[in-house]
Design a protein around this ligand. Structure first.
Ligand code: NAP
Ligand code: GLV
Ligand code: GLV
Length: 322
């Protein structure tokens, strides 16, 4: 019987679907398998259901061996996978687009509001029993009504954030993407601009591009210097898109107002990284898609992807090499 290895515990729907057809082994611990253990467990498998933290490269593919038909990532982002290397061996690669769009967009909006309204130092104030009085001058933040939102990467999640902030807050929308989005122009009056213009004109900047060689360190010292001093920067894309040391300096120097990060590099961010101690930097442990609805559907999509590959048919949610 074909065997599938699932590198972490995931919601049941997909596991049940897989178990109807194949032998399934799920890594039982809360922490991921150490690399050597992972490579051991995937040996001889026809399919592997991977997390975004599992590196799928030649070493991984060698360890799995010639039975491997498919790798299904439990994520929409697939920068952890060398798709070309997999394709070269006839291994199908899939992801989970769409079902986590709303959940991740909501996380980005939560970070915009929380970072822009100083929730981190305010929560700290209560937790540390420093709350004395109603304070007319404490934790003063930003308002968003009628301001400008810059979306970097106007794909599924970026568009959803733009729609919500346009509809709810009446924000003007600027965006960068590889291609202009006609419908966003029509429906949201969104304008496709160069990065420099977006950086200089936006009150809120939200990152929604994939991590690629083009987007690695896209936001560095030079780009941060172009932002408005009251700007709020939010990252739910990938940590590597921002030069984190440059961001820490910019936040400490008041070059921008605040940042909200759902993703860092590495994850978790280093214990002594200066971003951890800045009150105007709010960090979440990569919970963008963490709703039951999204994760149940991601589980099913990954299962359906693997079963298709093992039948020798294309995955319904397949990714292609960059
Ligand atoms: P998507 O629909 O593929 O959207 C990505 C967008 O980025 C596309 O519009 C693409 O432009 C644009 N893009 C690509 N290269 C760019 C560049 N160099 N500069 C500016 N824009 C660029 O993907 P999605 O489903 O919205 O997901 C986006 C990313 O969010 C994922 O890749 C993942 O890394 C991250 N994510 C994180 C979480 C989380 O838990 N925090 C959850 C889900 C996703 P074109 O349309 O013109 O090609
Ligand atoms: C999460 O980060 C994803 O890419 O799905
Ligand atoms: C604040 O609580 C107010 O009433 O303005």
């Amino acid at each position: 019987m074909s065997k599938v290895f699932v590198t972490r515990q995931i919601p049941q729907p997909g596991l049940e679907r897989l178990k109807e057809h194949v032998e399934v082994e799920v890594w039982p611990d809360q922490d991921p398998p150490p690399r050597s253990m992972l490579l051991e467990r995937i040996a001889g498998c026809s399919g592997v259901l991977t997390m975004l933290s599992d590196r799928v490269d030649d070493e991984f593919l060698d360890a799995a061996g010639p039975n491997l038909r498919g790798v299904a990532n439990f994520a929409v982002g697939y920068n952890n996978i060398d798709v070309a290397a997999a394709k070269a061996r006839g291994v199908h690669v899939g992801n989970t687009p769409g079902v986590l769009t709303n959940a991740t967009a909501d996380t980005a909006i939560g970070l915009i509001l929380a970072a822009g309204r100083c929730f981190r130092p305010a929560i700290h104030n209560v937790e540390k029993h420093q709350w004395r009085n109603w304070e007319p001058m404490m934790f003063l933040g930003q308002e968003f009504e009628g301001k400008t939102l810059g979306i970097i990467g106007m794909g599924r999640i970026g568009l959803t954030v733009a729609k919500r902030m346009r509809g709810g807050w009446g924000m003007r929308i600027l965006y960068t993407s590889r291609s202009a989005k006609l419908q966003a122009g029509r429906d949201l009056d969104a304008t496709h601009v160069q990065l420099d213009e977006l950086l200089a004109s936006s009150d809120v900047i939200s990152l929604h591009c994939p991590l690629t060689e083009q987007t690695r360190n896209l936001i560095g010292e030079k780009e941060l210097a172009k932002m408005k001093p009251n700007a709020v920067l939010v990252n739910t894309a990938r940590g590597e898109v921002i030069d984190q040391m440059a961001l820490a300096n910019a936040l400490a120097n008041g070059q921008l107002f605040a940042a909200g990060l759902d993703v860092t590099t590495p994850e978790p961010i280093a214990a002594d990284h200066p971003l951890r101690d800045l009150p105007n930097c709010l960090i979440l442990p990569h919970i963008g898609s963490a709703t039951w609805q999204a994760r149940n559907q991601m589980s099913m999509m990954a299962a359906v992807n693997l079963l298709a590959a093992m039948k020798g048919t294309p995955m319904p949610f397949a990714v292609s090499p960059a």
